[in-house]
Design a protein around this ligand. Sequence first.
Ligand SMILES: *Cc1c(COP(=O)(O)O)cnc(C)c1O
Length: 391
Amino acid sequence: MIRKTRLYTPGPTPLLPAAQFAMAAADIHHRTPEFRALFQKVLAQLKVFVGTRNDVLLLSSSGTGAMEAAVTNLTSPGDRVLVLTAGKFGERWTGLVKTFGCVPDVVSAPYGQTFSLDQIRTALKPEHRAVFVQATETSTAVRHDIEAIAKLIRESAPDTLLVVDGITGLGTTHFDVDGWGIDVLIGGSQKAVMIPPGLAYLSVSDRAWAAMETAKNPRYYFDLRKERKNAVKGESAYTPAVALVAGLGGALDYIAGQAGGDLEKGRIALVNNAEVNAAATRAGLAALGFTLFAPTAPAAAATAVAVPEGMDSGLVVKALKARFALIAANGQGEMQGKIFRVAHLGFFDYLDTVALLGAMEHIAKDTLGLPVVYGQAVEAAQRVYAAASSS
Ligand SMILES: *Cc1c(COP(=O)(O)O)cnc(C)c1O
């Protein structure tokens, strides 16, 4: 039988064909009126996609570049900061802030869980320059409660900046950026916006712009004030990834088109789509006897699943690839071999979920030797879909 390659990884994610065509046609110079029109259009669309009145900037880098930009533009060596970490991406914040001389207090939760608000309340000090956290911790497929965390910070440390890595949270979680007071919210191109890696975007609040005036950490390529000045003119400070910008415009058009041309409604539909697909996937895999790795605070961006004790999750990843050319993700770091992860992030629809669960029935039976009745995972997912579409 032939096989079609299908990415189910939580970044990079499947590419939107319309965005690929836009990229192929993007043979334009970046200091021209044509590019300025495109760049301004995409920046305006990104504001709607992020859901904010704050400035949104676009950087030519992977997501980590925007994380580094947040640290260097907002902090000075010696600053006390608070890092909330529950996995590999949380640990990236700790590494970044230490690299730039900040002194982190760290609140951590075990892999597969989120923090309690009491933990954060106890650790948070008004002298913390900033709090760094993920919206969704992609390594464990956990969602953190950004609304509650933001409320706590705004009440008890009003001057502390809240920096959220929403790289897999955007497009899979509803945010009220301005209402909750998120100072920086970061996204990446290879996640919910359906294009290849290479762009990062971030919203920046007035409080964050003011904080930049006193931040002393060094920055050159990722100087956000310089980017803002250029963005006003429809340009970026350096040569941008022009083709990706064109692709991003195509993807945001598609998302708007899913809701009759209204990008805000399209974004809401995209988030709800991820929620239903994630819930259907959890139900389907649980019906096969798998244990969810993050049962208490599951993300809609991705689902992490533990394999039965003594089994290797790598076997599932390998078998999915060998039999169906379906690319799933193993666990990262210490979680490798214990869990596997599948995404619902961006260009995934309900039928992609059905396909995955159909494949998983074969893998569970043939590779892991679990007692499987064909159709049982698919049926559980169909029940979730039916309930969601009737409500
Ligand atoms: C993908 C991802 C990143 C960014 O990684 P890059 O490889 O730099 O694009 C950061 N945080 C989270 C939560 C992610 O999922």
